[in-house]
Design a protein around this ligand. Sequence first.
Ligand code: DGT
Ligand code: CA
Ligand code: CA
Length: 573
Amino acid sequence: MGIHNADVADAFDEIGDLLAIEGENPFRIRAYRRAARIVRSLPRELAEMRGPEEYDAIPGIGEDLARKILELIRTGHLQALERLRREVPPQTRELLALPGLGPVRVRALMRQLSVRSRSDLERALAAGRVATLPRFGAGLESRLKEAIAKREPGAARRLPLSVAAQYAGPLREYLASVPGVSRVEVAGSFRRGRDTVGDLDLLVSASSGTKLFAALKRYPDLRELSASGTTKASGVLRNGLQVDVRVVAPQSFGAALHYFTGSKDHNIRTRRLAQERGLKLSEYGLFRGSRRLAGQTEEGLYRALGLSYIPPELREDRGEIEAAGRGALPALIERSDLKGDLHVHTNASDGVDTLERMVAAAQAQNLSYLAITDHAKHLGIVHGLDSERLARQGQAIDALNEKLRGFTILKGAEVDILEDGRLALPEAALERLDVVVAAVHDHFGLSEARQTTRILRALERPCVSILAHPSGRLIGEREPYAFDFEKVLEAMSGRGGCLEVNGQPSRLDLDDGHIQAAIERGVPLSIASDAHSADQLANLDGAVRQARRGWARSQDVLNTRTVSGVRALLRRR
Ligand code: DGT
Ligand code: CA
Ligand code: CA
């Protein structure tokens, strides 16, 4: 039984919740939650790593957590978690999902009212006992009553794209290895590169649907499967992800790929376009009467509709069909356009790899420059650099630059924007840097007005070149903080500076809509890995996909320029 990173992350999150309900040490709780977040966004499966030494090397994973990961991967269980579950059952933990109920209140309900489940809570509410507890008011009581009355089953969970990819890749390979299968494609939102995925839609070219589904039934990660006939099957993977598999004839493959890639809105518009021309478009092909005009390939299908080929990332009915009709689609940025990365960490702060290894990895990725942007020292930032350590890192960079040919290391720092908009490093230290990446890392709950003022104040500083992960969201975990994006764009289009498209799988921040808005306002983007290890330079792929969804072209992105071009632009600030 394969344990995926998401299983490990879920287990750590659960431990964090249960410890919190038990009122345990906040540092331990935070360590589990942080580890869950880190594990969830790892670019590689833990199960494929060498073992505890390699887990231990992941920032945020200490020896104890490394041992737990090993236990989970080897046995499928965690004794520590099972022990906790005996004290706090899953039904009690589910109470955390209700509005206003954090661990402290859930503990109070459990200890003082013996409430251990939703139905216990419902009874306690009906008896009017809840509002009598300290820190529970009448307002909270009525909110809870309302939430319970709605009986929301909880919206079906969408998975981050990176997590879905960890399941889609192996499943696709498995299906491709079944005898008689000549082609497998993952369509749907996954192919469009949406940041979250509801389910996986696979299309298969196979000589026998019956044999394909028989093989699918044996797939170890599959929990259930229902096949209807010989062309369609739906299953659920062990992590709850639904998979729809369809067998498609070769002459219809392009049409099916188009149909099941969607989006639904894009499909509706293309079908209407076909109708206007007296044609019929379906997942089987494009037809005039019973004559098939296209269907084997997507390219052929678009051509027959009088459109240029529309890359999957654009298929959201946001103007792509009109643009394709006019031959005016943007030439979307590609990974090979990137010449450098302006946001990476080393083991000087919370990264795992040395400066030298990060540089070697960047060279291997065909980049020609790298800005080292370790965290500046500030309350709560572990191992952050103060002015002195930053200066010493600068010397190491100078020395290494001397030895490098055709590659430049830029000096930088990721600097916290403090609550009042000041920066966490003194001006003198900032002035010596090539790149200052400013970021909000705390006080997410400020009012929109205060958060906006805070960010704008930081951007006023000429030394600030890039606003990192501008919305602060963590996919599926934390909403963006409230701030006025329009005002930030306005400030940036006037004064310069650029917005980051952060490629950490749990961030993908900015999102597609905001990227499009930034481009319309002429604000340049920095496509960044925010790598904390050499492996994580691969985050650039995800950031590029996200930028493509925002219609970004090479010229919209700062780090498609040469290092001297980037320097010139940064200096103009
Ligand atoms: P998801 O799974 O929620 O992340 O999003 P999608 O886009 O993968 O949606 P899904 O899995 O429901 O369906 C896959 C594709 O099938 C969808 O993108 C377009 C197509 N499709 C589904 N339902 C309809 C429909 O009612 N009309 C049309 N025209 N296309 C549909
Ligand atoms: Ca889907
Ligand atoms: Ca589907």
